[in-house]
Design a protein around this ligand. Sequence first.
Ligand code: CO
Length: 167
Amino acid sequence: MALLEIVKNPAKILETKAAEVTKFNADLAKLLDDMYETMLENDGVGIAAPQVNKSIQAAVVELGEERDVLELINPVIVEVSEDTGVDMEGCLSFPDLYGDVERPLYVKVQAQDRTGALYELEAYDYDARVIQHEIDHLHGILFDKKITRTYTLQEIEEMYAEEDEEQ
Ligand code: CO
C-alpha cells in the first residue's frame, strides 16, 4: 500500500462530479487500499477518490464503534429520513475547517463493492452523516457550503480536552 497526497481546497477536481466506475479490476482495488491507508494516516473517517486526485465514484468510510470499513462504489442514496440532525464535521481537504452541518439522520444507500457486486446499506446518525459527506464529494459538493456554524481551532481543542477529562 502507499500513502496518497490529499487534494486540498480550492481545487477544481473537488468541485467536479466524478465519473462512474466501470472497471472493477486490480487498479481499483489498489486505489481503495491506498485510500484507506491515507485516511487512517490522516485520522479521517471517510475519504473520496476526488480527494486523492481520481475523479471516480469511489469512497471509503469507517462505520460504527468497531470502525468497520465500507467501500462505496457508484453509491446512490435511495432514501433519507425527514428527521435531520446537526453535528460537527471536518474534511481532509479542509485541514483547519470544522463546522456544524444539518443532514438527515437516516440514509439507505445502494452501492457496489470492489468486485462490482451490488449491495444495500442502511445507516443512522453519525454513520449516515459520514456516508452523506462522502457521497457529496462524488458529486463535487463540499461541506463548507453547508456549514451553519464554524468552530475555531481553539474551540476544537477545548472540546477534545473535555472529552479526555470525561474518559
Ligand atoms: Co470531506
